[in-house]
Design a protein around this ligand. Sequence first.
Ligand SMILES: [Ca+2]
Ligand SMILES: [Ca+2]
Ligand SMILES: [Ca+2]
Ligand SMILES: [Ca+2]
Length: 337
Amino acid sequence: MNAMDSKRLVYLPLLTAALTLNVTMAGAVEPAPEALSGPTLQPEGLIAPPEIAPRTAPAATTSTVPSLRALNSDFNSDGIPDIVWRLRGNSTSKGANVLWLMNGTSYASTVTLPAVTDLNWFIAGTGDFNGDGNTDILWRNNKPGPTNTQQGRIVVWLMDGSTYLSTVDLPGVSDGDWHIRGAGDFDGNGSPDIVWRNYVTGANTLWLMEGANLLQTSALPSVGDQGWNIFGSGDGDFDGNGSPDIVWRNEVTGANTIWLMNGTTFGGAVSLPVVVPNAGWQLNAFGDYSGDGKPDLVWRNYTTGANTLWLMNGTALGSTVALPAVASPDWKLESPR
Ligand SMILES: [Ca+2]
Ligand SMILES: [Ca+2]
Ligand SMILES: [Ca+2]
Ligand SMILES: [Ca+2]
């Protein structure tokens, strides 16, 4: 870790009250599924992948033999994905990062991660990048401007459980139109691959990774409608074919869609129930909380503070479970995705 890293990884003297995220049980405020409607998300062709900037730091040694790959976002290795939160906004605790350890579909406890007070850094995904059986955290710095000397940098926090070990640089992407929207192992080599979406051109692409090393890019079909955004991949294999799938939400129409993938290739789209956007619900993450091997969807309502799970039966909604509410919209639900 260099000196600049040290500055960013300030452990804030966070108030206990802030770290409990105002946990209160939400009432009956689940996102209500509505009838299937809205546009079917269809691929529109291919656009060139993002230009890769020179590596800004030497890569750390990474395992090339996947052996103990951690479940995406399962920091305490109990088989249940945990939920990563990052505090934005302007409070004195801004930059705090915490985990909710989950016990199945129930909140269990909160664990503090190192803070990153520079809010130009975004949590971009989670996954086991060095193959040590511990989930790691993918970060991207994306705030274009002359004063941001870190713009475009991409790093992984290598973790030991919920303990930060070290930072590894990936190749940077300075073009701020490109956003990392999740990580999942699409090519099946054991390393999480990175899902990109260009918010301006509508292009989508995968970075196929081996640890922290970019092996190659693999273009996905583009989606020009800027209402559509990707909300992750991770361990989200909804149809059980072994390939992570890609979850989309249209923040204008409220439509939700899963792209079923065959490895790195688009295999078809399945519509989920619509959740109207003006109700404040945002699709944030997914992982298997019910323990049936099928990924469930994590929703957060940035208006009411409610959080909820959609327990999925493959690509069909089974039931909903309320999670504790988090009142402040500055707390962003970042992972698993
Ligand atoms: Ca866990
Ligand atoms: Ca790891
Ligand atoms: Ca991979
Ligand atoms: Ca799949």
